[in-house]
Design a binder for this molecule. Structure first.
Ligand SMILES: *Cc1c(COP(=O)(O)O)cnc(C)c1O
Length: 432
């Protein structure tokens, strides 16, 4: 087989090294040198340019909820593209309306709620940020360890100084409080010397911050506080949503807001942002505004994006949600998530401290800062994961992962950890 390149030449199946050199010479270096060149996927499996088969335990970073090349997704996307691929937002399409209605249902949004469609998670958070500004209040609170995207507004919400500082000045008014600390949140809301708080922006499970779930009861306490102070509660479920934790949204878990909402529907959030898993790998995001007051914050002409709610993206999201519901993938996420968690916890190894996370958003926490070595060794053994922190390896597999596939990983893990330990010497203590 030959591959015709953009340079017009025909090459005999270039191998990974050659592709990586060409990547380095043509693609901007924002991601560092990629670990592999991938050419094909099916279900939870991937194949690289050298013909190696890999088990995908990362799913495009919590994105390919249905795995690769799922027939329902490829069918829906192909059919939509062959029917109506794109129109402007000066027109409505049945598929976009269908997705908005489906999201309002799955997000348990009350009467009067509305959806704004985006192409990414950062843009969904930008929309939420603009809603916050429209309250007229100057301040926004977000959490230390939080991640909300790389555009300037989303970056202002993101605490990590390494991401922020090269791009100062960022949009103002954002303050960061310790994650999980109700007292600190209460104090920040009560101190109005710099004005009142428009919104509190939180992830139910901090993803990029190392897969750290909010402590039980934290979101409910923050919801009560934000109600008292008239501030919006914005939940960034870009990574934790779309079924990944075993409920459609992570905050719907009983220990986050689920029990509280069951007792009092006014405990629902004001805005939920989604992207990553929503389109099963096709770029689509959404900001869901709960109730008419929040849904009305952005009026005609106050926000927009050309591709937002694109018919192909909407068809992808509808197909993804349909399959999650039809095939019981929320149950699967809970079940195989527990299997992976219990299996990793049970690994008796000096490098294993424990496991963090919920459902199929998990981190294997190590006793030494060797997550990169463990990730590289796992890749060599045929498993795709990523180092989400120096001492934590993230697993965010497709929701279709089978028990047998999870077991191959668990079986391989002790040997992988042994090899890392042999090379790095005994652990000197981790940070978790
Ligand atoms: C990935 C992520 C984002 C940014 O999404 P993009 O699609 O990369 O812009 C925002 N918030 C959270 C919680 C994320 O995990």
């Amino acid at each position: 087989m030959t591959v015709t390149t953009s340079r017009g030449g025909a090459l005999d199946r270039p191998r990974s090294e050659e592709w990586l050199d060409r990547h380095a010479a043509s693609v901007m270096g924002t991601y560092g040198r990629p670990a592999r060149v991938l050419v094909r996927g099916e279900g939870a499996h991937l194949w690289d340019a050298d013909g190696n088969q890999l088990l995908d335990l990362l799913a495009g970073i919590a994105t390919n909820a249905l795995g690769h090349a799922h027939p329902a997704l490829t069918g829906a996307v192909s059919a939509q593209l062959a029917t109506l691929g794109h129109v402007s937002n000066l027109a409505a399409t049945p598929v976009q309306v269908g997705l908005a209605e489906t999201l309002l249902r799955t997000c348990d949004a009350p009467e009067g709620s509305r959806v704004f469609f985006t192409n990414s998670g950062a843009e969904a958070n930008e929309a939420a940020f603009k809603m916050a500004r429209r309250t007229g209040r100057p301040r926004v609170l977000a959490a230390e360890g939080g991640f909300h995207g790389r555009t300037m507004g989303a970056l202002a919400l993101t605490a990590n100084p390494a991401y922020r500082e090269p791009f100062a000045p960022l949009p103002g008014g954002v303050e960061h409080v310790p994650f999980g600390d109700v007292e600190a949140m209460a104090a920040a809301l009560a101190d109005t010397s710099a004005g009142e708080v428009a919104a509190v922006v939180l992830e139910p499970v901090q993803g990029e911050g190392g897969v750290r779930p909010a402590p039980a009861g934290y979101l409910a306490a923050v919801r009560r506080l934000t109600r008292e102070h008239g501030a919006l509660l914005v939940l960034d479920e870009v990574q934790s949503g779309a079924g990944r934790t075993g409920t459609w949204l992570a905050h719907q878990q009983p220990h986050h807001l689920g029990d509280a909402i069951a007792a009092d529907p006014a405990m629902r959030p004001d805005v939920v942002t989604l992207a990553k898993g929503l389109g099963g790998g096709i770029p689509v995001g959404a900001a869901v505004a709960y109730g008419p007051a929040v849904a009305g914050l952005l009026g005609v002409g106050q926000h927009g994006t050309t591709f937002g709610g694109n018919p192909v993206a909407a068809a992808a999201a509808l197909a993804t949600i349909h399959v999650i519901e039809r095939d019981g993938l929320l149950d699967r996420a809970r079940h195989v998530g527990a299997l992976l968690r219990d299996g990793m916890v049970a690994v008796d190894h000096p490098l294993v401290l424990g496991v963090r996370g919920e459902g199929l958003l998990l981190a294997l926490v190590l006793s030494a800062p060797v997550a990169r070595d463990v990730t590289a060794e796992l890749l060599g053994a045929g498993f795709v994961v990523n180092a989400v922190a120096p001492d934590a390896v993230r697993l965010a597999p497709p929701l279709v992962l089978t028990d047998a596939q999870a077991t191959t990983f668990l079986d391989a893990l002790p040997g992988v950890l042994d090899r890392v330990l042999q090379r790095s010497g005994p652990p000197t203590g981790g940070t978790a």
